[in-house]
Ligand binder design. Structure first.
Ligand SMILES: O=c1ccn([C@@H]2O[C@H](COP(=O)(O)OP(=O)(O)O[C@H]3O[C@H](CO)[C@@H](O)[C@H](O)[C@H]3O)[C@@H](O)[C@H]2O)c(=O)[nH]1
Ligand SMILES: [Mn+2]
Length: 665
């Protein structure tokens, strides 16, 4: 997508400003968040960290910060290991100009030596990497870290017996101090600053999930590097392109328009999407067309990862026409303060549970609290303060991460997002309750549409049940094709779907992939959006509190195998599956019943107007094929649990019982 057609600065003008800045290039702080060593394994986290440390950007201007909400000694240990490995990895990457710079991704992409590396060196680095991951994994397996390793860093002392992820003091450890003359790689080049943070957690204090972690990082980094640009990624989103920092700065440094730009957002790309996108997690048209198109109306929303912000705008600054940037942050502070311990102590005091009490943090300053999509609502607030944003979608993806790889994880993630979007919608009308009254209607329009997911989920339920029932019972509860208003409806339905199909195919999706996305939309509407809606109402009534279920980035061997083969994963019983199975069975039973009636000749399908029912029901049955397989044909562990099939068969009988008692006329 050519951004310039939407009014964004073109790369040409920006390359010029880049050349002009030279040594005066701004410092950049990189934030990485992790929350749970089980769903986000430490070796995954450090691969991301290493890819970020190896950016093609002056190392003395780069600082990488990890926030660990899991407060895990294993994550800290992995970070300590990564510090030593970085001394070999970074010069290796730079010497041979390799991509991607996440060691996990690099070695899994190329199990064999790649040109132009020196074979000996390549094997040496690979061996070193394998040994490191083995040490980390075996420490995790055994549940403890060898004493001789612990003796190497004072940081390990922070973890005593009483510590757990929900109850611990602030832990701040500077692993590589960029100001230290001795912090160099094995070729004597400066290393980027590297820091580990686990903010204080106490059971009686709410910690505001990722938003709280990001805000703690903003404060901590302000006393360490205080760079004017902040980039953030989720712990699975490794850098896949060594030039991303330079590319992004081009937008901020643009002489004509740069001063208006608050943040530069990259798409969320995944490296684990199957050929036909079985869970519909990657929608190319959304990434290529819709997000890009938003550049013409002030820019895309902030989507939580793969984003560069000005520090000032994250701290609440309002845009003014004569806004002037000070690009000097970062370097100056590095020279001023030099005693690591002092800085660590100061940083700790900024990450206590009580620090934010009675302050504007989480509202006017920093990432906003109280919304499960803290990213989107924060981005909207930034737009409301007058800033624009830019979407950049280079051909070589800037970041690659992990999409949910089971059905339940996908539905859980969608539920969180639907709750979040619904909360944004409500925040307009209940500002007191959510404290985000400043969102303007214009910025909100899109979210009104999201909010309609609740009625939408009900409408979907209607369209997946009533046509079938009508077909079976022969009573027109579902409008017939002959009624005057249904014709335009059918026309609109067909045209939008055909256009949608065309767009998907032209953006690189497969036909099968498009079909899978349709199935997932249906499933998400009758489960995630429905439950998301109910949960948001619960919260509104004060009956429950906000949660943030971290999506798992690992699955066991058999589960991943099925994922690669594009076999849907069920396995355990959940209410969502009962809904899915009930609807699927209902469609099947009704289609069979309807067809039997036709065979018996009791009504002429094409003359008395039941053909739309037949078509819709038939399509739904085809859409539901993987669910029938999961219920009746599959033998593997990921099949639909028998209890779910039984429960849905029970629910299926209900409408027929109702009919016996109150006959449908
Ligand atoms: O208490 C928490 C919970 C989560 N996280 C981190 O937040 C990130 C996103 O969590 P994940 O489970 O991967 O959620 P996704 O649905 O994949 O995340 C998308 O949606 C979120 C909002 O719902 C955004 O915050 C993310 O940036 C965006 O990638 C991960 O790095 C987590 O480690 C924390 O740091 N603390
Ligand atoms: Mn994620």
């Amino acid at each position: 997508m050519d951004l310039s057609s939407f009014g964004a600065p073109s790369i040409n003008t920006v390359t010029i400003s880049f050349a002009r800045h030279g040594e005066r290039l701004p410092c950049v702080d990189i934030f990485v968040c992790t929350a749970d060593p089980q769903s986000e394994p430490p070796s995954l986290v450090i691969s991301t960290i290493l890819s970020l440390m190896a950016y093609d950007y002056p190392a003395k201007k780069l600082s990488v910060y990890l926030s660990d909400d899991g407060g895990s000694v294993f994550t800290f240990y992995a970070m300590w290991e990564a510090t030593s490995f970085a001394k070999y990895w970074i010069p290796f990457c730079k010497r041979y100009n390799i991509e991607p710079r996440s060691p996990a991704a690099y070695f899994s992409e190329s199990d064999e030596l790649q040109e132009p590396c020196n074979p000996k060196e390549w094997s040496f680095i690979k061996h070193m990497y394998d040994e490191m991951t083995e040490r980390i994994d075996s420490a995790i397996m055994s549940g403890k870290i060898p004493e001789q390793i612990k003796a190497n860093h004072k940081g390990f002392c922070e973890w005593n017996l009483e510590i757990n992820s929900k109850d611990h003091q602030s832990i701040i450890e500077i692993l590589v101090d960029g100001k230290d003359q001795n912090a160099v790689d094995n070729e004597g080049n400066v290393l980027p600053t590297l820091m580990y943070m686990a903010r204080e957690k106490r059971p009686q204090h709410h910690h505001n999930f990722k938003a709280g972690a990001m805000n703690a990082l903003i404060r901590v980094s302000s006393v360490i590097s205080n760079s004017p640009i902040i980039m953030n990624v989720d712990c699975d989103m490794y850098s896949n392109n060594k030039d991303t920092i330079r590319d992004s700065l081009c937008f901020f440094l643009d002489e004509e328009m740069g001063h208006k730009i608050g943040f530069v957002q990259y798409p969320q790309n995944y490296n684990n999407i199957t050929k036909n996108n079985i869970y519909g997690n990657s929608i190319q048209a959304f990434k290529k067309v819709e997000m890009g198109g938003l550049d013409s109306v002030g820019g895309p929303p902030y989507i939580g990862t793969g984003c560069f912000h000005r520090r000032e705008i994250l701290c609440g600054m309002i845009f003014t026409k004569d806004y002037k940037v000070n690009w000097n942050g970062g370097v100056k502070d590095k020279i001023q303060e030099n005693i690591v311990c002092n800085i660590e102590e100061k940083a700790k005091s900024l990450t206590t549970c009580a620090y934010e009490h009675d302050t504007p943090w989480g509202n006017e300053i920093g990432i906003k609290y109280g919304c499960p999509v803290e990213d989107v609502i924060t981005g909207l607030a930034i737009h409301c303060r007058g800033w624009e944003s830019v979407y950049n979608n280079p051909i070589r993806p800037a970041f690659l991460g992990l999409a949910p790889s089971t059905l339940s994880q996908t539905l859980l993630q969608t539920k969180r997002w639907s709750e979040g979007n619904f909360t944004i919608f409500l925040s307009k009308y209940c500002p007191l309750m959510f404290g985000h009254g400043k969102i303007k209607l214009r910025h909100q329009m899109g979210y009104c549409i999201y909010a309609l997911w609740a009625p939408n989920s009900l409408a979907t339920l209607y369209y997946v049940t009533i046509p079938s029932l009508t077909l079976l019972k022969g009573s027109p509860l579902f409008p017939e094709i002959t009624s005057p208003w249904i014709t335009p409806f059918v026309f609109v339905f067909c045209v939008t779907n055909l256009y949608n199909l065309y767009e998907a195919l032209s953006c690189g999706d497969t036909l099968n992939g498009w079909w899978n996305v349709q199935r997932m939309w249906m499933v998400k509407r009758i489960t995630s959006y429905l439950f998301g809606f109910i949960d948001t109402l619960w919260k509104l009534l004060g009956l429950s509190h906000m949660t943030f279920a971290v999506s798992s980035k690992v699955s066991d061997e058999h589960v991943s195998k099925r994922y690669e083969q594009e076999i849907m994963e069920f396995g355990s019983s959940t209410p969502e599956y009962v809904i899915i199975a009930t609807i699927a069975l209902l469609n099947l039973v009704c289609l069979v019943g309807g067809l039997c009636q036709i065979m018996k000749g009791s009504w002429n399908v094409f003359l008395n107007g039941f053909s739309p029912q037949l078509i819709i029901c038939g399509m739904l049955v085809i859409l539901n094929i993987p669910f029938y397989e999961a219920m009746f044909l599959r033998k593997d562990k990921g099949r639909m649990p028998f209890s779910v099939t039984l429960a849905s068969a029970g629910f299926l009988v209900l409408p027929f019982l109702v009919e016996i008692m109150i006959p449908i006329v």
